[in-house]
Design a protein. Structure first.
Length: 254
């Protein structure tokens, strides 16, 4: 969550978002008496990594700093719902976007395990959760999206969302002792999780609010194919279920 002075000011007043191939170092940075432009990227997932990679490939030689709240080497997100859930912990680094020396070779500073808690666009400074203040000339927001939690599930034992490697690790750890799993959401990620957990021997049920799987991205025949394929593997698919009663038992909460 970002906080600070005038964080919600109009976009026209924010620092210019860097554009690949159109950044110039003879404007703001030069007018402030510096020869090197400082670019900070918040978020080290697909968009952030692709951005800094493209900047270097297109000849940008200024300072590039990446900040991500997830500790460790940035990992690929698509495998988190598939092979990552079945892999041994010591294999986690094999899912990395780039090897550790890539950042050093490209002269990119990676600050993993830190969250931006303050942002002042007027002074072009941001503040990290440990109190560190960083100055920038251009700021790139590549934070991605946050999964929507069901009402009443916050803090409940055995309930997980899946967005980043830490989420996937918690699901993987819980699955070791679980006999069954309930997946809410019949999109690509939900179905991939269901397939992975089924492969590991769990009894899996998928609940989807829409009348068919992948309703927003696939045609009815494709939806029917995936429903039949998961059914053949033992997944119980429940469709058109919109409301789930909120649990009230205190014992169900951690």
């Amino acid at each position: 969550m970002l906080s600070g002075n005038n964080v919600l000011s109009p976009a026209s007043q924010w620092p210019t978002i860097a554009k690949i191939g159109s950044m110039t170092v003879d404007t703001d940075a030069m007018s402030q008496g510096r020869n090197v432009m400082r670019v900070i990227v918040i978020g080290a997932s697909h968009a952030g990594i692709a951005f800094v990679d493209a900047m270097r490939r297109h000849g940008f030689n200024g300072d590039l700093t990446m900040i991500d709240k997830v500790a460790g080497l940035p990992l690929e997100r698509p495998p988190l719902s598939k092979t990552f859930l079945l892999a041994a912990e010591e294999k986690d680094d094999s899912f990395a976007f780039r090897p550790p020396d890539w950042f050093a070779d490209k002269q990119i500073t990676l600050m993993a395990g830190h969250e931006v808690v303050g942002l002042d666009e007027k002074s072009h400074h941001l503040t990290l959760d440990d109190g560190t203040a960083l100055a920038f000339d251009r700021l790139v927001l590549a934070t991605g999206a946050t999964p929507r939690e069901l009402p009443g599930t916050a803090g409940m034992r055995g309930v997980f969302t899946l967005r980043d490697p830490s989420d996937a690790r918690r699901i993987r750890a819980a699955a070791r002792s679980a006999r069954s799993a309930l997946v809410i959401g019949g999109g690509y990620i939900g179905l991939e999780v269901a397939a992975s957990l089924t492969k590991s021997g769990k009894a899996v049920t998928v609940i989807e609010a829409a009348p068919r799987l992948l309703a927003r991205v696939a045609s009815p025949p494709v939806s029917a194919f995936f429903k039949a394929r998961h059914g053949d593997e033992g997944v119980d698919v429940i469709l058109s279920l919109i409301h789930i009663s909120e649990p009230t038992r205190q014992a169900e909460r951690a």
